[in-house]
Structures are given as structure tokens and as C-alpha cells.
Design a protein around this ligand. Structure first.
Ligand code: MRU
Length: 324
């Protein structure tokens, strides 16, 4: 039996610690996806593709492994896309690597297309983390911003904190600081207020699954931002590779929405005064919580989809043009 490790950035430790996790087998990679050590649509997809390849190398029960990997997280289409591609490939390890390499190239292209939307001086709002941590490299929503910076454009990013897990406050803020892009974290409920005062020029978010009609599932809280953006006439873009499109979902209503543990709402983990990470209760003791991880933004609120093939309007025809 051949074994091969998958190396992942442990995103649960960020921004306090940067550590690479060595996953020796497909079951450990599944666990890493489940507990969101590897998270974000493209990173989940790449990890799932490698998990499938690991199952082949381990000579595991392939049907069982395929089901197990697919059951780790339900919403991100890239997970299902990658598992199926590797499952059907003649060389699974090679295929998993191709998927990861394509993710890098596609995200780079998304940056090239999206960068044209950014003027120097733009104030951009983003939600969650759709940067390079969430993919293999570059990211989707943040890729245009990174490229704009490289081209000498100055922009400012408002980062939604993205409760309950804080992907904006923890991950996007950490990425932007590393890239030397000026930003401020804003409370999740501040976006509409800033938009109403004319302080946001553009909003770019990622997507976890895009339906055939252009409806897009993304991190919970995206929908209310899109509605507010429409009200205040602010362009609202969704950036995603075409591997995130699921033509089997006719509309967003068919997209499965993950519900996660109530503990993510009730507790928060941060650094204490001794610089140790600590988990603390932040809600009324004994309170229960409901924790849907994603919401669906209807296509009518989306100005355009930034993909590796270009920017299209989120209509059946627009989405179809991408999947030919
Ligand atoms: O639950 P996560 O952190 O895996 O959520 C996925 C996301 O990162 C987002 O919804 C993101 O905005 C789009 S995919 C990078």
C-alpha cells in the first residue's frame, strides 16, 4: 500500500499561528475538511481531490471513500466537482494535481478580469474570505484587488467580520495585512450604513455554488449585503471559477445549505492576555443557537459574475455561455 501526504494550511489556527498540517490518509483529509482546517470553495475542492487520490493510493474501498469525502461539507460545489473528476480519472494523483493547478490559473484569470472593475481610490467591501487561503492561490473576490495593487492602483477594503466563524476578521484581514493593502474590519451589520453614506464603491464576494439561473450561494450574510447594494446603487459582483457552477441546480432553491454546530455562535476563540488561545462563551448561558452557514443571493441582485472566462451577467444565457 502506497501512502502519500496532503499538506494543508491549518486555517483554524490563523491568524494567531501559521502551521502546515500533514494529512497522511484520506480519512484524515476528510476530517480536516469537516472541521474547516481546509476551508473555502477552491481549497475544499483541491483537498477533496487529493483525498480521493489518497484513497486510491491506499487501495481503500473507493466507493465508500467517494461517499465519505462527499459527505464532509454539503454546499461547496468544488468538492463534488473534484471528487468526481479524480474518481473517473485514469491517473487519480495526476488529476488531483491538475485540479489544483487549474484553480491557480483560474483564480489568476479572475483577477485579470476583475481588476478592470477597480479604479484607483475604490472603496471595496468584501464578505467572508475568498482570498488565497480559500483557494490554492490568488483567491476569487480578493484576486482582482491583489492585481489592482500590483498595477499601482490604490484601493481600500472594508472587511465584513463574518460571524460566527470570523473568516473576514481572522483570515481576510490577515491576508490583506500581508499583502499591504489598507483595510478596516467592519461589524457584519455595518455594511448597509456605509453604503447609505456613499462610502462603498463596489462589493465583491466569492461563491460556494452557482445555480444555472445565476443565483449564488455564499457565506451567510451575503444576501443582505446584496439587497442593500441594490438599494444604494452599488455594483455587487460575485467572483468564482466555472467549477463552482452546478447546472443540476436550476435555481438557488436547490442548493443544499449547510447547518453547522451552535457552538460556533455561542463561543468565540481568541487570544487572552497571556497570548494563549482561549474559547469563551459569548452568549447568555444556556441559550440555544441556529447556525446556517450559507445563504443564497438571487441573480437579480448580482451585477455580474467574474469568472476565468470573463465577466457575465447572471442569467440562464450568461451562465450557459460559461459552461460550453
Ligand atoms: O465555510 P467556509 O469558510 O468554507 O465558506 C466558504 C467561503 O469561504 C465563502 O463562502 C466564500 O465567500 C466563497 S468561497 C471562497
Amino acid at each position: 500500500m502506497r501512502r502519500a501526504s496532503v499538506f494543508l494550511i491549518d486555517q483554524n489556527l490563523l491568524p494567531f499561528k501559521f502551521k502546515i498540517f500533514n494529512s497522511p490518509d484520506y480519512k484524515t483529509t476528510c476530517h480536516a475538511i469537516k472541521i474547516m482546517m481546509a476551508r473555502g470553495a477552491g481549497a475544499i475542492g483541491a483537498a477533496a481531490g487529493f483525498a480521493m487520490a489518497q484513497a486510491f493510493l491506499q487501495k481503500a474501498n473507493i466507493e465508500k471513500a467517494r461517499k465519505e469525502i462527499k459527505s464532509t461539507r454539503p454546499t461547496a460545489q468544488n468538492l463534488f466537482y473534484a471528487v468526481e473528476r479524480v474518481f473517473n480519472a485514469s491517473n487519480p494523483v495526476k488529476e488531483a494535481q491538475i485540479i489544483a493547478d487549474e484553480d491557480v490559473a483560474n483564480c489568476r484569470k479572475i483577477g485579470e478580469h476583475g481588476e478592470k472593475l477597480i479604479k484607483s481610490g475604490s472603496r471595496i467591501e468584501t464578505h467572508c474570505n475568498a482570498g488565497w487561503l480559500a483557494f490554492v492561490d490568488y483567491g476569487t473576490a480578493l484576486s482582482p484587488i491583489y492585481l489592482a495593487k500590483k498595477k499601482g492602483k490604490k484601493c481600500f477594503v472594508y472587511v465584513d467580520e463574518t460571524r460566527p466563524r470570523g473568516q473576514g476578521a481572522r483570515l481576510t484581514a490577515w491576508e490583506l495585512a500581508g499583502e499591504k493593502i489598507p483595510f478596516k474590519i467592519i461589524p457584519d451589520n455595518a455594511g448597509a450604513f456605509l453604503m447609505s453614506r456613499g462610502e462603498i464603491d463596489l462589493m465583491i464576494v466569492g461563491a460556494d455554488r452557482i445555480a444555472a439561473n445565476g443565483d449564488a450561494a455564499n457565506k451567510i450574510g451575503t444576501l443582505e449585503k446584496a439587497i442593500a447594494a441594490k438599494e444604494f446603487g452599488i455594483p455587487f459582483y460575485v467572483a468564482a471559477p466555472t467549477s463552482t457552477i452546478d447546472l443540476n441546480c436550476k435555481s438557488g432553491k436547490a442548493i443544499p445549505i449547510e447547518e453547522r454546530s451552535e457552538d460556533e455562535v455561542l463561543f468565540q476563540t481568541g487570544l487572552n492576555s497571556k497570548s494563549e488561545t482561549e474559547k469563551v462563551l459569548v452568549c447568555s448561558p444556556g441559550a440555544k443557537a441556529f447556525n446556517p452557514a450559507f445563504d443564497v443571493t438571487p441573480a437579480k441582485y448580482i451585477t455580474g459574475m467574474i469568472t476565468e472566462k470573463g465577466i457575465v451577467t447572471p442569467t440562464v444565457a450568461g451562465i450557459k455561455s460559461l459552461t460550453r
